[in-house]
Design a protein around this ligand. Structure first.
Ligand code: FES
Ligand SMILES: [Fe+2]
Length: 404
């Protein structure tokens, strides 16, 4: 990894561990209005301007193994199908027939040479081009060249697949910025999906994101696992451009060099600093990725309603031989379930409190400032002028965003 960055993070860890008060450059973190978690108008704006426009994580290239492989993706709120063309290129389209709007596939995933609508059997190539119209003689002046599936932006980075419903969205590489270099050592192209898990939560999606952007809670919530492994006094964070972030917390000395996975399932490209710490990247808007040497998760917080969220864990690991998932990985997933159960138990009660007449704005600490940074990026994505009165967070921390 970049030696300058590594030294910078190690220095910051030492500074964090030695301080007895707030750092000299710390400022009070402005309050976060709780209406943001309950107001249906705010939620509607998020659906439109965040999930309807920003790049969203959709999976890994290997989940579309062959030409004709397709998968539905509905998390942005729209019906989308992502399909690998005969030329090997992944493309995304609205899963909506140009005849009268029926889905061109109803299957979650599969492989097909053509996507054929089940209403009147119009069929499309894997490149979205309309190929066949039954009873074409009954359509006067039919211009099939103008009736392809409507495209959705789809780009990949290091094997990771993202889609955006905004046709004019900035290129994915530009959106990810410094994350690209810092996360590259996961070695995305060598990865394979281990499995997925979905937890249905009774809370606003941002409450769950907030929880993954700080480790202040680990001593209280995870006393029997994360708190034993990590020294929460060592946490250092970076507010990166576009609402992204990086959080690093050091492992306790006696456990720092303990391998987390047996050698045959270890990912050798993960550098020493990521092994001796827990370093996780927050990718705006709803993705958190902890770096790891074996199986690791892409944690996605998908809004279902203003007070309903699907927490989707997508596990990946360096590709292995055969169909059976190595026990090393299933063991890891089971262990992680305990941690997740501890995290998610807080969500419905917090939602009840922010929805009550007793709700007051959140006062987060300097060590939790990534939460404010994330919330500010939500405001910027919506457009501050559109926000319902009294729901905005301050711009006071903008000057702490680091370019790299
Ligand atoms: S709606 Fe698709 S063929 Fe009619
Ligand atoms: Fe947690």
């Amino acid at each position: 990894m970049d030696a300058v960055l590594e030294q910078q993070i190690r220095d910051r860890i030492e500074q964090e561990k030695s301080r007895t008060g707030p750092p000299a450059d710390a400022v009070p973190v402005p309050l976060i209005p709780t209406e943001r978690y309950v107001d249906p108008a705010f939620y509607a704006l998020e659906r439109e301007h965040v999930f309807g426009r920003v790049w969203l994580f959709a999976g890994h290239e290997s989940e579309w193994p062959a030409s004709g492989s397709y998968r539905q993706f509905t998390r942005s709120g729209a019906p989308i199908v992502i399909v690998r063309g005969e030329d090997g290129v992944l493309r995304a389209f609205y899963n909506a027939c140009r005849h009268r709007g029926a889905p061109v596939t109803r299957d979650e995933c599969g492989t097909a040479r053509r996507l054929t609508c089940q209403y009147h059997s119009w069929s499309y190539g894997t490149d979205g081009v309309l190929k066949a119209v039954p009873d074409a003689r009954s359509f006067a002046g039919l211009d099939t060249g103008q009736l392809g599936l409507v495209p959705v932006r789809c780009e990949t980075w290091e094997g990771w697949v993202f889609v955006s419903e905004d046709p004019n969205v900035v290129p994915l590489a530009e959106f990810l910025g410094p994350i690209r270099e810092q996360m590259v050592e996961i070695d995305g192209p060598s990865m394979r999906l281990v499995g997925t898990q979905v937890h249905h939560l009774a809370c606003n999606w941002k409450l769950m994101v907030d929880a993954f952007l700080e480790v202040y809670h680990i001593r209280t919530v995870h006393p029997d696992n994360a708190a034993l492994l990590y020294d929460d006094q060592s946490v250092t964070v970076a507010m990166l451009p576009n609402g992204h972030s990086r959080l690093t917390v050091e492992k306790r000395e006696e456990l720092r060099d303990m391998p987390m996975v047996s050698p045959e399932y270890d990912n050798p490209s993960v550098p020493l600093l990521w092994r001796q710490t827990s370093t996780s990247f927050g990718l705006f808007p709803n993705l958190v990725v902890p770096m790891d040497t074996g199986a690791f998760t892409f944690l996605c917080m998908w809004p279902v309603d203003v007070d309903r969220t699907d927490l989707e864990l997508r596990w990946y690991a360096p590709a292995w031989e055969g169909d059976e998932v190595p026990q090393d990985h299933t063991f890891r997933m089971t262990l992680f379930d305990t941690v997740m159960a501890q995290d998610t138990a807080n969500m419905a009660p917090i939602q009840a409190s922010v929805a009550s007449r007793g709700a007051r704005p959140f006062q987060v600490g300097w060590h939790e400032r990534l939460i404010h940074h994330f919330q500010r990026a939500v405001d910027l994505a919506i457009g501050p002028d559109r926000l319902p009165p009294g729901t905005a967070v301050s711009d006071a921390l903008d000057r702490f965003v680091e370019a790299s």
